[in-house]
Design a protein around this ligand. Sequence first.
Ligand SMILES: C[S@@+](CC[C@H](N)C(=O)[O-])C[C@H]1O[C@@H](n2cnc3c(N)ncnc32)[C@H](O)[C@@H]1O
Length: 249
Amino acid sequence: MNEKPLRPDERLKEEFNRWAQAGEGEKMRQHHLNITEKTIRLMDLRPGERVLDLGCGSGWATRLLARLVGDGPEGFGQVVGVDVADEMIRQARAESKDFDNILYVWGSAQQIPWEENFFDKVLSVESFYYYADQDRALAELFRVMAPHARLFILINLYKDNEYSLQWVHKLKVPVHVRSKSEYVQLLKAHAFEDVQALRIPDETPTPDEYSGKWFKDAEELRDFKRIGALLLTARKPGVKSTSPTQVIY
Ligand SMILES: C[S@@+](CC[C@H](N)C(=O)[O-])C[C@H]1O[C@@H](n2cnc3c(N)ncnc32)[C@H](O)[C@@H]1O
């Protein structure tokens, strides 16, 4: 008998559980730290804010966020990390025992397990292009964001960085490939305001000898980093979302 094909989120869960077991969760910290730190600076986080880290992986960025919104004169801020891979969530929890303002929840961007109008800021690092239905993920983000909340989506795989396109065929799960302008249109179509797209170069030094598996040589890697990641930023308008169970007549 033929096995039933996995649903997109089940496939993502299996693949990223494998990554987690292979220790990729923490390795991603090295690859994404430089561009994520620059993004976090732009987020202008304040103590007391409520932040979502969507596709949080092993939680290293979640912990950076939690330090910035923790206890302060403006209250006690909280960070929620959500990931579709339960093994990533387990690792994130194990690494975050010293934090009392982080909660990790296993769940998908397709149905974010949180209430409406809650988060002041959202960060998503290197995750958005995996979401099977990006329209639905944006509708979910809109729902859980507070009025005037700000969204920061950072991705390394997009049409305008030609070196990133190699991953479309090398990754074991399907991905979306859109250009900077297509992403801007997509966010605007979901009623986000103040939509901007910035390039965030990775300024870590590149050794002269490249020994990794992705790039032809050090020159190519340097070029990929120089072009940089795409950061999409947007704001939810000053409206409240209603709960999906709430029927309005
Ligand atoms: C390349 S990793 C990046 C992880 C982390 N943000 C980092 O930079 O280290 C992509 C992450 O997105 C998660 N992910 C993929 N699809 C998802 C979805 N539909 N909902 C939530 N998380 C998802 C994966 O499980 C994985 O942990």
